[in-house]
Design a protein around this ligand. Structure first.
Ligand SMILES: *Cc1c(COP(=O)(O)O)cnc(C)c1O
Length: 433
């Protein structure tokens, strides 16, 4: 009935997440409120992990993409679940360090890492740095030299696979701020340069072809292109690629019409391609890495709001305003992302109305959903937006000096605050009069 498997309607006709009554959660913790179903988050971690065990002889590691949702608590979960971590900034790395995360399982991304961030990564023993460009490579080699270590690295490669149109067009992809392209020889040149440097060890390949992808073919195509390149590096440079990192981007269901592929299917198909390509090129089967973010965190989260003004503009549209907005979920204003809404206190009722869910920020584009099918909303209702676990809290801001919501994790019989609600004083804490 709902887009995520952990959502049900309980005996009070209320929406429940992981068995918890969302109306009660809103009452106890206030709104807006992010709710994370920890058990589903863990289950999603295990689907990927088990698939690598089943289809790839356990010869790989799942790296959770922290940019989708990063907190001390979620870091601790992925540590317990035995996953690795994809981090993209000093702040995410710092969160890893604070949870005592095993640093050899940390993979540090980013297209413009600062000297301070590289220094922090090297001095803390980050396992792999995914280097984006020549400028970064040169600085990293110097920093590693200063620390007397040889840093394991891989480069981010643009494989020329267009994941969104599904036809593997080789053009256009070169126009991206991330990584180095294959088709103009840039990727080969940077491996050749790194191979000659004293303090970096280029032992892997990385690509990330996009996000919210509903098809296994682009991943298989990318894997094949990467393996062909590994063959070329071995033949021309004698360079052995031990690690193949195929990135994230596995699609999830935000609205009924979304039709995601079961996550283990990706690994099943990609495994076959990688093994066959290794054989074709006479290469060892590489250790495989995958970087799911959204598909682990998004379905596990919802956001609860209180409905305020309901504005029915005759012959135009109906606006249902909530006590949050782009400050806690900027995805509609950024790229017209789609979501599903439910009136949590009328969750089993038919969605007989259509309304645009608007935030309280001073922007006309501050909408969460346009023309959403929904139960008739009244002031005081609790409105739930589903599948908000990814790229909501992590993209939140204090726009209009609105404090960020709290986040509660539910697991078994426990509901626990894992991120406190910001106060007005938190917002002022760096201001100097
Ligand atoms: C964004 C990103 C991911 C995660 O993408 P999802 O769509 O959340 O799975 C993984 N790896 C890299 C390099 C990324 O940029």
């Amino acid at each position: 009935m709902f887009v995520s498997e952990n959502l049900t309607v309980n005996e009070n006709n209320h929406l429940a997440i992981g068995g918890f009554d969302t109306v009660e959660l809103a009452k106890e913790f206030g709104t807006p409120l992010y709710v994370l179903d920890e058990d589903l988050f863990r289950k999603n971690c295990r689907v990927y992990k088990n698939a690598i065990d089943q289809y790839y002889d356990g010869n790989g590691l799942v790296l959770y993409a922290n940019k989708s949702l990063c907190t001390l608590h979620t870091f601790n979960i992925i540590k317990q679940e035995g996953l690795g971590a994809d981090v993209v900034s000093g702040g995410e790395l710092y969160t890893a360090i604070k949870t005592g995360f095993p640093m050899d399982k940390v993979y540090f991304h980013g297209n413009n890492k600062t000297d301070d961030e590289l220094e922090m990564a090297v001095s803390n023993g980050v396992g792999h740095i995914i280097v984006d460009n020549m400028y970064e490579l040169e600085r990293l080699n110097e920093i590693a030299k200063k620390h007397g270590i040889i840093q394991n690295i891989m480069f981010r490669i643009k494989p020329g696979v267009d994941a969104h149109t599904h036809d593997f067009i080789q053009t256009g992809q070169i126009d991206s701020k991330f990584g180095v392209a294959l088709e103009n020889g840039e990727a080969f040149e940077i491996y050749e340069a790194a191979h000659k440097m004293s303090n970096v060890n280029p032992d892997g390949l990385h690509c990330h072809i996009g996000s919210q992808i509903f098809d296994v073919d682009p991943f298989c195509k990318a894997a094949e292109i990467m393996m062909d390149f590994a063959g070329e590096l071995k033949n021309k440079l004698g360079l052995c690629i031990k690690n193949l990192n195929l990135g994230g981007g596995f699609g999830i269901r935000y609205v009924e019409s979304d039709d995601p592929v079961p996550y283990d299917e990706y690994i099943k198909h990609v495994s076959q391609v990688v093994k066959a390509s290794a054989q074709k090129h006479g290469l060892d089967v590489p250790f495989i890495l995958m970087e799911p973010g959204r598909s682990i965190s998004a379905p596990a989260g919802i956001t609860l709001y209180t409905v305020g003004a309901v504005k029915d503009i005759k012959n135009v549209r109906k606006y249902v305003s909530i006590d949050g907005g782009i400050s806690d979920n900027p995805r509609y204003i950024m790229y017209e992302a789609e979501y599903t809404a439910v009136i949590a206190n009328k969750a089993g009722d038919a969605k007989t109305d259509v309304a645009t869910i608007a935030g309280k920020c001073c922007e006309s584009g501050d909408l969460i959903i346009e023309n959403a099918p929904i139960q008739p909303a009244e002031p005081g209702d609790i409105l739930a937006v589903l599948a908000t676990g990814a790229y909501n809290y992590s993209m939140s801001s204090n726009y209009n000096r609105i404090p960020r919501p709290a986040m509660v994790a539910v697991s078994g019989c426990n509901a626990k605050v894992i991120v406190k609600r910001e106060t007005y004083d938190d917002i002022l804490k760096n201001d100097i009069l």
